[in-house]
Design a protein around this ligand. Structure first.
Ligand code: NAP
Length: 543
């Protein structure tokens, strides 16, 4: 496997002494950077540890060709600084990884956050000291640090998953996972490349590398509903319009279920004629990004007749673009509801399958048997390859937390506690783990829009603890039980629990099948958290 992003640790020299802070943050990605900023503003001493060689989290690691936003760039940036909003020019409507990484580096520099970040520093464990009421964090290099609060800003999609294929290490050529793409890139020009996986990462990667590889073999298990991203550069006039309308953009985002810029049409799809319905489908199809479904009739994104009607519309769009009808039918999803898995956006994905040098292999029909020294062997054939790329996803939400070896009261581990699915109160706190805030477990949607208010709430809870002379804040068992029951019962009704995907842990063999995030919309989550704090942190024990 290609592994080249790891470098020696950077940050304060390791004197062998235990460093002390008010708060320790694990992760210097989108959430970690804002946590640092916000907690420092509230007067806390803070330190972030990140195993990456640079800041950016997901935008540091996922540097595979084609990686970019599916949400509008200007809806994804931080909103906390007007100066930052006015200084930063997003170059494209859906910005690519290199620019996103640059943006997060710019933020780290502008707000002087680097001095609080230790890079190339993998946290291997954190234990709660019950007498001192603080967390002790251990790093791979032996370094130790203590803080009253521990914040896991480790991202919901950061623990890469490579299936345990027999013979995986026998392959003679280079191979890697999309989420750990080597900084120096992979030499794919003219090579026989195999890609396993056709989720959002695979779709972006395949489209881009099909332009340079000699031959591409795509191993697809489940076809997805992909729709045109319609990216483009932002011209000067649009740039000015964006900059003058940020308050409006963010207001819109805060009002929508997933914190995106788009609001559903309040009409039911089936309440209007087929002509009217399809006129809106077609009109939205010409628009960029997620607008196609998030500005659509509201019930397109609910299980039922409207959902199936729109699914068939998308299936026909796929059929129109692929020349070979047999290949087209393989690319048409028929085994899950539209929107029940994450919907990838694309920029020429389906046309790739019209290229003579591209082969689609259906590994549901003929599963992968093993990896051989020469390539991939399914139960039907062996495909000889020079490079294999695993676009096989992530052990979402709980995967990264489990790796941290977090030990709470009585030495109990978070990993064991979450073995049957996350047991938290509102995704942020877990009984028996005082002063730990798991702020990676936000609701899904526009990540930055969801993360900012969550970090604000956690930071204010920490200030409340400090300002009232408390030493601990922990969820009660009762509040946690009620939350887990809510996630299970109400989660069963939402579209994203209707298919097998990372949303419910179903992509990882043996992982419990439960909704890993809140079933609530973003406005409901914010209202719930605000009600909890307004009621003196109801559901928490303050000691
Ligand atoms: P993913 O959606 O989980 O897709 C993984 C792919 O690998 C699926 O096609 C899956 O097939 C396949 N796979 C897994 N194990 C396999 C096996 N043993 N044999 C054959 N195929 C196998 O992962 P992802 O594409 O990395 O995306 C994860 C999430 O990251 C997305 O849902 C999205 O939230 C985020 N993301 C966002 C962006 C963006 O904002 N633009 C871009 C990329 C990713 P099955 O479907 O059959 O399981």
């Amino acid at each position: 496997m290609v592994e080249s992003l790891q470098q020696p640790a950077t940050g304060p020299a390791d004197s062998g002494e235990i460093e002390r802070f008010d708060a320790i943050i694990i992760g210097a990605g989108v959430t970690g950077l804002y946590s640092l900023y916000r907690m420092r503003e509230l007067g806390f001493t803070v330190q972030a540890f990140d195993d990456g060689g640079g800041v950016g989290g997901t935008w540091y690691w996922n540097r595979y060709p084609g990686c970019r936003f599916d949400s509008e760039s200007y809806s994804y940036g931080y909103s906390f600084s007007e100066e930052l909003l006015q200084e930063w020019d997003w170059k494209e409507h859906y910005s690519a990884q290199p620019e996103n990484e640059r943006y997060l580096n710019y933020v780290a520099d502008k707000f002087d956050l680097r001095k609080h970040i230790r890079l190339n520093s993998r946290v291997t464990g954190a234990t709660f000291d019950e007498e001192a009421n603080c967390w002790e964090v251990r790093l791979e290099d032996g370094h130790r640090a203590r803080g009253q609060f521990l914040i896991t800003s480790v991202g919901i999609l950061s623990s890469g998953y490579v299936p345990d294929f027999e013979g995986i290490h026998d392959f003679k050529g280079p191979w890697c996972h999309t989420g750990k793409w080597p900084a120096e890139g992979m030499d794919l020009a003219g090579k026989r490349v195999g890609v396993i996986g056709t989720g959002a990462s695979g779709v972006q990667l395949i489209t881009e590398i099909a332009k340079e590889v000699g031959h591409l073999t795509v191993f697809q298990r489940t076809a997805n509903y992909c729709a045109p991203l319609r990216n483009g550069p932002i011209d000067d006039q649009t740039q000015q319009e964006i900059k003058s309308s940020y308050p409006d953009i963010f207001k819109k985002c805060m009002e929508t279920p997933g914190s995106f810029m788009h609001q559903f049409d309040p009409r039911s799809a089936m309440s209007v004629s087929k002509e009217e319905r399809h006129a809106l489908y077609e009109e939205l199809w010409q628009e960029g990004g997620f607008k196609k479904w998030l500005s659509n009739f509201y019930d397109v994104m609910l299980p039922g007749e409207a959902n199936e009607d729109y699914a068939e519309f998308v299936r026909n769009k796929i059929r129109e673009r692929v020349h070979d009808p047999v290949v087209a039918e393989k690319l048409v999803p028929k085994d899950h509801m539209f929107g029940s898995k994450r919907l990838p956006c694309e920029s020429g994905y389906y046309e790739v399958y019209n290229q003579d040098n591209v082969l689609l292999v259906d590994v549901r029909e003929a599963p992968i048997e093993r990896i051989t020294p020469k390539g991939v062997k399914t139960i039907e054939a062996e495909y000889e390859l020079d490079v294999i790329i695993y676009a096989t996803g992530f052990d979402a939400v709980t995967g990264s937390l489990a790796k941290l070896d977090i030990k709470g009261i009585g030495g109990k581990t978070l990993k064991d506690k979450f073995a049957g699915g996350p047991r938290t109160y509102m995704g942020v706190s877990s009984a028996g783990f005082p002063n730990l805030f798991t702020i990676n477990a936000a609701s899904v949607g526009n990540f930055v829009r969801a993360a900012e208010p969550l970090v604000d709430w956690v930071s204010e809870a920490m200030a409340h603890v400090r300002d009232h002379g408390h030493s601990r804040i922990t969820a009660t068992v009762e509040a946690e039980d009620a939350w887990v029951q809510h996630v299970n019962e109400d989660g069963a009704k939402v579209l994203r629990t209707q298919a097998n995907s990372w949303f419910v842990g179903a992509n990882i063999p043996g992982k419990a099948r439960v909704l890993l995030t809140a079933p609530d919309t973003a406005p409901v989550m914010r209202a719930k958290r605000n009600a909890v704090s307004a009621n003196g942190y109801e559901g928490f024990i303050l000691e």
